[in-house]
Design a protein around this ligand. Sequence first.
Ligand SMILES: NC(=O)c1ccc[n+]([C@@H]2O[C@H](COP(=O)([O-])OP(=O)(O)OC[C@H]3O[C@@H](n4cnc5c(N)ncnc54)[C@H](O)[C@@H]3O)[C@@H](O)[C@H]2O)c1
Ligand SMILES: O=C(O)C[C@H](O)C(=O)O
Length: 348
Amino acid sequence: MQRSAERIATISAHLNPSTSPHQMEGLSAANCRAKGGSPGFKVAILGAAGGIGQPLAMLMKMNPLVSVLHLYDVANTPGVTADISHMDTGAVVRGFLGPQQLEDALTGMDLVVIPAGVPRKPGMTRDDLFNINAGIVKTLCEGIAKCCPKAIVNIISNPVNSTVPIAAEVFKMAGTFDPRRLLGVTMLDVVRANTFVAEDLGLDPREVDVPVVGGHAGVTILPLLSQIKPPCSFTPEETEYLTSRIQNGGTEVVEAKAGAGSATLSMAYAAVKFADACLHGLRGDAAIIQCAFVTELPFFASKVRLGRSGVEEIFPLGPLNEYERTGLEKAKKELATSIQKGVSFVKK
Ligand SMILES: NC(=O)c1ccc[n+]([C@@H]2O[C@H](COP(=O)([O-])OP(=O)(O)OC[C@H]3O[C@@H](n4cnc5c(N)ncnc54)[C@H](O)[C@@H]3O)[C@@H](O)[C@H]2O)c1
Ligand SMILES: O=C(O)C[C@H](O)C(=O)O
């Protein structure tokens, strides 16, 4: 037991940038090389040892736009970091364990992705996670405000409809709030919508683009099937079936996993797709457009254009049909409650 604790501490020290020259003695050549890195962006994942965090860390390590990858969690980061760091891709990987290493994990980051927190079990709503996850997101965002206030922040932790308002309040109180840089990740809804619509129409999902707006829970998830590319028409029954399947995609996975958590692999895929879009925007690439939960309007998932400073343009919803207009009213009502819950949590 003692030996294994010492070993974890040693691995952690080797992977931590604050390791002193004295502590560096005895490191392998491979670890010593891990001091700088190729040009690119610095990305931190908070909750990196979790069900989403691990595959997300692997996919970010494969991203050529990433030069430094910081993996932070309150448990198990030394093992995950050692494992990921053996991948022969460009990004230098460093691990950080526990609150005392949070500031080191965040300092200098361009993009921070947050999948920290507990997932649902069957029978729970995302809002049932609020009591635990609200405090986790608040603490992590306080660290961001202090150590990397200019970073783009991608929030995955549920309930997104409340955790993003929590993050906004924390940043406002710290005087660092920039609505262009705070984004709730609703990409999995788009990924699911593309897949389910493609399945229904017999198309390749890579050729389908469904805008999904509103929020990330139940009726707040509002797929705009009337605005699909390529343009398609649906019967009322198809619209009802597809809308309901997209809105309940998360529950479908929670029930199939039967107590072992919620979507992790498809979420890691969606998170990296979204993070990659943010990095391309930061690099100055043109026409980077995705759906995300943004903090203007005041909070609403919309189609946005990403650029050097984060969200550079929020597109209007466009023409909605009768079914979508009704859905929008339901979404706005539920969203208002979830947003207020997040704001009150920080202000109390
Ligand atoms: N936005 C979305 O579309 C979407 C999709 C899937 C899951 N989620 C949410 O993502 C969250 C994580 O899901 P998961 O399946 O990876 O859960 P998980 O339990 O497998 O992993 C969560 C990780 O967070 C870590 N953690 C807990 N407290 C922490 C803290 N204070 N600081 C840093 N790390 C901390 C845990 O140690 C764990 O490693 C859940 O809230 C889930 O509901 C969101
Ligand atoms: O459904 C969940 O609890 C996780 C996530 O929000 C999802 O949509 O898969």
